[in-house]
Write a protein that binds this ligand. Sequence first.
Ligand SMILES: Cc1ncc(COP(=O)(O)O)c(C=O)c1O
Length: 370
Amino acid sequence: MKILQAAPGRSYIAHAIEFNQAIQNVLDSGWYILGKSVQKFEEEFSQYIGTRYAVGVANGTDALELILRGLGIGYGDKVATVGNTAVATVSAIERCGAEVRFADIDIHTFTMSPNSLSNLLETEKGIKAVIVVHLFGAPVAWDELALVAEKHGVPLIEDCAQAHGANYRGRKCGTLGIAAGFSFYPTKNLGAFGDGGAITTNNIELYQRIIKLRQYGWGERYISISAGINSRLDELQAAILSVKLPLLEEANERRRNIAACYRDGLKNVAEIMLPEEYKNRYHVYHQFVIQMESEIRSALVAYLSQHGIRTAIHYPVCIPEQPAYLHIPRPISLINTLNINSRILSLPIYPELSDEEIHFVISSIRDFFK
Ligand SMILES: Cc1ncc(COP(=O)(O)O)c(C=O)c1O
């Protein structure tokens, strides 16, 4: 058996006729950039998430950059986030000219620790915004983080690249903060067949600034009224996403089902720490991440690989320790961020994984620990 850790090709095969038709329709239309498909998908996505506006952009990194720029954040400003995320979150902050400061994470949720954010905002002055990351599909401790942010008068931005359809106390991720950035990278819970991204917000001024910023800052065609960029979702990806969006809820339920099987199958393996799941937080399992001692992890990865099972590490090195980001000051302790990477392992998880494959993964892990 050969089991990939992520397999976006399987989602194409599952609905190939609909995708091919949607692609053909765009090709036949003769209109390939910012046309009817993007507009339709923006309407559908804002309705699904539950915000007044959604703006399609080229990818999730741009989504975060455009939110920051739309909020007027740039040179001389600081933005807080976590060091255990895709590098994109940090790259977006630096691309708009701002400086990054890291808050630590909680080792049970892998997401920003409210205490650490409080410590950071007390210690470091001049932080203008905070990007929280609903990592692996798990909503952050929103109420606690929002309380801290409110005390310091800083807006919270959501990085929802891994959290399409997740919710916190019944409120969808993407509606909680001033704005949210989504990625539609092919392996995401809602993935295109190429790059894509979106911004959701209820704030009309921010929305109006962002729709200009995504296209050269044009107020009207060829006349820039602000210094924007080119970051448009294209018609083909939008049409593909419109086919996939109605399938998302069922796909997330299947991911949760797979997570429940992993939980049940691995609960008695003493060497493994399973991911926490909290009441009132609807986790959509973009990843199912287990923890163990690092020497055990290396041996397990090799053993699973010999049995045809691919795993991944999200992420092998935290951002504060990566060569490009050693310049970022660390005013507060990042002890959990610095320790997590050697312990984590992401198991295969995607809706098209068969029951047989899931049980093979579980029995292979159990055999390794026998
Ligand atoms: C947490 C997080 N933020 C941002 C991004 C950036 O998205 P994209 O790759 O579409 O630019 C990703 C995707 O890799 C991500 O996982």
